[in-house]
Design a binder for this molecule. Sequence first.
Ligand SMILES: [Zn+2]
Ligand SMILES: [Zn+2]
Length: 257
Amino acid sequence: MITTNYHVHTHRCNHAEGRDRDYVEAAIAAGFSEIAFTDHSPWPLHPYEPGMIRMKLALLPDYVNSLRQLKEEYKDRISIKIGLECEYYADRMDWLKETIRKYDLELIILGNHFHEYEHHTRYFGSYKDKKNLLRDYVADTLAAIESGVYGYFAHPDIFVRSLTHWTQEAENACRMILEACKEHHIPVEYNLGGVRSRFFEFTYPYPRFWEIAAEVGNDVRIGIDAHSPMDFHDKKSIDDAISFLNSLGIIVDDKRI
Ligand SMILES: [Zn+2]
Ligand SMILES: [Zn+2]
């Protein structure tokens, strides 16, 4: 059983369902004591970026206002943090820092989906430039970690989706990422969204990645990555994740962030 979850979306990202309130009610019903809304961040988009899988910039005030109301209304029953799931886009980090300040955001989680900008060839889950996949993924991850902006790393093994076989280079990449997270006290997330759509061998959560996390001694969290209020009630995925991680010697950390 876990009682905290730092990865919750809202309908604003165009691929999640339900009202904000429904997520809160579902989390309470499922026994959670603290959640963070970390919907897919808007970014000031370049003209060639589709931005279809994230909220529009204009929706950010509504997102924050709605969650502030719920935070206050439910404060005796559940702690609600207001945050965002953000890529690391070097050219727009000033905007992100200003947005955190302006809206008083409490948690930014790293969702390292794209390299430099949003385009399907740049998606780390199906990266076109296979030769440089690991180099680019590790570089973005380390830069993000060192920026000090991110407090949690969502699906850190997302790059596995772009692999066709496991290599020593992949092994080294995992170790570099995990050691940096440990050094900077950034929890790494065993992502249940990946579990819910696990159709391939090379996908996340990838068992070998978590074996290495056990060796490195990371702070490991289970992230529901809720795109529906119902995801809070998927107790089997949570129990299976805990059992698997325990079998590696990882005790899942459930402390509040
Ligand atoms: Zn999503
Ligand atoms: Zn997410």
